[in-house]
Design a protein around this ligand. Structure first.
Ligand SMILES: [Zn+2]
Length: 383
């Protein structure tokens, strides 16, 4: 079986929401070309400053000018740098703690407050969250499910409570990773966006009520605020990546000068870079789940961005995929065993249930073939 790949980058046809044009170029590459050639960034920059001026408090007024959801990652560190140093705003940062925080992640969150901003660190109900992690893993094949939800709902709930109408998000993921054409022009993150693009895989918070006896009350922070509340405060969430050319590697150099630390002892599990997903011990499992469903993971995402930004040739990217993509995530699985109390066999069984039989070889009894390192055997080749 041969997958169809983009002629320009390394995205396969199996990627959800990806479309190819007549020349065999994917919508993410078309978006990137548009980003380079057609978008009037000077105008967009002006638009941005006009908008935020409306939200900026007066010199002597008490309060926050905007809210920034932060994870301590390079993007959120950049958002803080940009809003504080360049826009001269006083942001309130809100961190929704990840599932299984690494030491490096802790350092990078601490660093954000050292950039001269206030941070609300949301320490969640461990039990309720853990129930959703395990249920998300079993039900939709994503152990990060409650995290995807909480990183949106908790900052928005806090924006409503603190009466802060302006929320500043980072990249527009559809512009960076591809999405339906109409989504490329989108500048706003709202409830509809979250439900469509937030990675929730069709599972809603209401669907978690009853899991391990969870009630709606237990899950309060994961519910999106009501339309009335959103309207009363006038909450609007803007993507910085809509108004300014988003270049992760350039931003990385800037945030490093502002105290952001990368992983010094090699790449993050599942990819070849060392600057992203540093905060979560089990992120490799999340990326691996994407790989077993669709045949591509985080290494592909990174290679495609580097190709589009002319930092890699397609051939160089291909070599990186052959080395890093789709390897069984031992570190993450070990961390998940400790966290969840599940055995490796139970975890592997669930992984198998989400493995795409069109993409990976099976034995006659239907079990998936694995090499001596536990990696699945691909039917398709990266090309
Ligand atoms: Zn492409």
């Amino acid at each position: 079986m041969e997958l169809r790949y983009c002629n320009t980058c390394l995205f396969p046809e199996t990627k959800p929401d990806l479309f190819f044009n007549e020349e065999g170029v994917c919508s993410a590459c078309q978006g990137a070309k548009n980003k380079n050639d057609n978008i009037d960034w000077v105008q967009r920059e002006k638009d941005f400053y006009t908008i935020i001026d409306k939200y900026k408090k007066k010199e002597n007024e008490i309060g926050y000018d905007c809210l920034i959801p932060v994870s301590g990652g390079k993007d959120s560190t950049y958002q803080v740098y940009f809003m504080k140093e360049i826009c001269k705003m006083n942001p309130l940062c809100v961190c929704f703690e990840t599932t299984n925080l690494t030491e490096l992640g802790r350092q990078n969150i601490d660093n954000i407050s050292k950039m001269g901003v206030d941070v609300i660190y949301f320490k969640k109900n461990y039990n309720a969250y853990k129930s959703m992690v395990i249920e998300g893993f079993k039900r939709v094949g994503d152990e990060m499910w409650p995290n995807h939800l909480g990183i949106f709902t908790i900052p928005i709930n806090i924006a409503v409570k603190f009466n802060i109408p302006l929320i500043i998000w980072g990249e527009n993921p559809q512009l960076e990773y591809g999405g339906p054409v109409e989504s490329l022009e989108n500048n706003i993150l709202n409830r509809r966006w979250m439900e469509e693009f937030g990675g929730l895989l069709g599972n809603r918070i209401q669907d978690m009520v009853g899991v391990d006896g969870l009630t709606e009350k237990d899950l309060s922070p994961y519910f999106y605020p009501s339309d009335e509340d959103i309207e009363r405060v006038g909450v609007v969430g803007l993507f910085l990546g809509h108004y300014f050319f988003w270049d992760a590697r350039k931003q990385l150099e800037i945030v490093k000068q502002h105290g952001f630390s990368v992983k010094e002892d090699g790449p993050v599990e599942g990819t070849y870079t060392n600057y992203e997903n540093l905060d979560e011990k089990m992120h490799g499992l999340h990326d691996y789940l994407k790989y077993i469903k669709y045949g591509f993971g985080r290494a592909t995402d990174h290679a495609c961005i580097d190709i589009r930004n002319n930092r890699l040739t397609r051939d160089e990217g291909l070599k990186l995929l052959q080395k890093y993509e789709g390897r069984y995530p031992n570190e993450s699985v070990n961390a998940f065993i400790k966290y969840s109390g599940m055995t490796k066999e139970e975890i592997d069984q669930i992984l198998d249930s989400f493995t795409n039989s069109m993409l990976f070889q099976q034995a006659e009894d239907g079990s998936f073939l694995k090499d001596e390192e536990g990696n699945l055997v691909r039917i398709f080749g990266f090309r």
